[in-house]
Write a protein that binds this ligand. Structure first.
Ligand SMILES: Cc1cc2nc3c(=O)[nH]c(=O)nc-3n(C[C@H](O)[C@H](O)[C@H](O)COP(=O)(O)O)c2cc1C
Length: 499
């Protein structure tokens, strides 16, 4: 770790830490025009929970510790005298309630070891998972695995959180914006640190594709840290001198992926991954919903900072309130354990699911007139790929002499269909086939008046309901493309609409 020779002026990193605490406590730093999304969900209560309140257990294991509730006091601060008081208060709360505890970025500690005491909370929270923290971008700025290892050892931490804060760095006049090639550096760190690495955003969310990249790189957990709570563009806006720069920062007040969406999508895409949810978790109800959407722990930063600034009792009261709401929610839906809460079908969305419209074109080369081509399996393939659970599939022939019809695929019956079509529209002289009378007819125009007239009796399309992801065909029903003309290329549009 870097050492400091002799006294030096208050470093920029320390000044920034002090600014961050002051601004978070005094200014409106909430995201604007975007919410965490938890308000879009509600629990369906059980009038008969069939458990006793005493049976409800909020315990969960994390990095070798047993938490008494799935709550993480998110990474915030260190480096100043005020930060030291706040960190000790938060450590006391974490220890008493057996919550996990995160520390603020320790970059300042690498640069100025003399600020160690402001981060040194292990003596106050010996029995909880303690998470050290540093900006991932520092891996591109000379911070080595050895530095990270020393931080973890020095702080007595159980894991290292790497925060991903590209937008914050872009808005800071002194920001580090060298994010190129960072994933590879994260991967190397994960394989060499010798302690779990957690990737975390700072309030704009990690979408499922990036969650996948980080898991593949070897991180042990991902904190999606979504939008809807503390907005770091708003915090930085208050530190900017120029009005133009302030307006640039203000443009991002509604930026990001809402936390509820981020955790739901991350869990759906990576059901076995250890996912933390933070960003805009303001109550035990939000925390309960975060767990029910797939999170293992719910992280809370800003609200605990404000409570800690008011004193230990206020911070303990906030902790108790969250735990009691969480416990009561679990009782109210009959979930005795966090596993049952995570698996509950009783969290429902207030919003109608968005309608998807998926189109696909199927191509066929037909062989002869009156050919019946069974395209059912191809249509089923499109429906399956569309992933629509409830809706409708429309199957449309883009031609006037090739029809779409539903009937039974039985060879003798198909011979009957062919005979019926020929009998209903017999061979005769069709006006359409007298080419001399039609203007601008190309030389290869087919004489197909009969095919058109047969098509008039049939139809260009069929629509079928989709229920529970199943196309509703009867046991004998198949979908046919019927060639009424001679051999040619045909296209069938399959459009799936639903959710
Ligand atoms: C004063 C303050 C300082 C923060 N410093 C850090 C930090 O050093 N590292 C980090 O990963 N996140 C930091 N955060 C971000 C939080 O951990 C969290 O991701 C974000 O504030 C959203 O959560 P919230 O809506 O509950 O506040 C800080 C938050 C606050 C309020």
């Amino acid at each position: 770790m870097a050492t400091v020779d002799g006294p030096r002026p208050a470093p920029a990193t320390v000044g920034r830490k002090a600014d961050h605490i002051r601004i978070n406590l005094e200014e409106d730093v909430a995201a604007k025009g975007i919410t965490s999304g938890f308000e879009d969900y509600r629990f369906v209560p059980r009038a008969l929970p069939e458990i006793d309140l005493d049976e409800v257990s909020l315990e969960t294991d994390l990095f070798g510790y047993r938490l008494q509730a799935p709550i993480l006091i998110s990474c915030m601060t260190g480096g100043t005298a005020e930060a030291e008081t706040i960190n000790r208060t938060l450590a006391q709360v974490a220890q008493e309630r057996r919550f996990a505890l995160g520390l603020g970025s320790a970059r300042v500690l690498l640069e100025h070891p003399e600020v160690f005491s402001s981060f040194n909370v292990r003596p106050y929270a010996p029995d909880v998972p303690l998470l050290a923290n540093i900006g991932a971008v520092q891996l591109n700025r000379g911070v080595t695995t050895g530095d990270c290892r020393r931080l973890v050892d020095l702080l007595g931490a159980d894991a290292l959180v790497l925060h991903l804060n590209a937008l914050q760095e872009a808005l800071q006049p002194e920001g580090d914006t060298t994010f190129g090639g960072l994933l590879r550096k994260i991967e190397i760190l994960c394989h060499t640190l010798g302690a779990p690495v957690i990737a975390k955003e700072v309030g704009w969310g990690i979408p499922p594709d990036a969650v996948g990249q980080l898991l593949a790189a070897g991180v042990s957990a991902v904190d999606v840290a979504g939008a809807g709570g503390t907005s770091w563009s708003e915090v930085e806006r208050h530190r900017l001198g120029s009005e133009t720069r302030q307006r640039v920062a203000a443009a991002f007040a509604g930026w990001g992926l809402p936390t509820a969406e981020a955790v739901r999508e991350a869990h759906q895409a990576h059901p076995d991954a250890l996912i933390f949810a933070s960003g805009g978790i303001k109550s035990g109800m939000d925390a309960s919903k975060a767990i029910a959407l797939g999170a293992h722990v719910a992280g809370i930063a800003g609200p605990f900072l404000r409570a800690a600034a008011a004193g230990v009792d206020a911070a303990l009261d906030l902790a108790e309130e969250h735990v009691e709401v969480l416990r009561t929610v679990m009782f109210g839906i009959g979930a005795a354990s966090l596993t049952e809460l995570r698996d509950t079908p009783r969290l429902i969305s207030n919003r109608p699911p968005p309608i998807s419209v998926i189109s696909h074109t199927l191509a066929y080369t037909t062989r002869e007139t009156c050919e019946f081509i069974d395209i059912t399996d191809d249509v089923l393939g499109v429906v399956a790929a569309a992933g629509v659970r409830n809706g409708i599939v429309h199957v449309h022939s883009n031609h006037t002499t090739a029809a779409i019809r539903i009937n039974e695929n039985e060879p003798y019956l198909i011979t009957d269909f062919q005979r019926t079509l020929r009998r209903l529209i017999p061979e005769e002289n069709f006006e359409h086939d007298v080419m001399e009378r039609r203007p601008n007819v190309p030389p290869d125009e087919p004489r197909n008046g009969r095919s058109h007239c047969q098509h008039l009796l049939l139809s260009s399309s069929e629509s079928l309901p989709i229920r529970n992801a199943q196309m509703q065909l009867g046991p004998w029903q198949r979908i046919f493309l019927i060639e009424l003309d001679s051999s040619r290329q045909r296209h069938v549009t399959v459009q799936v609409v639903g959710h």
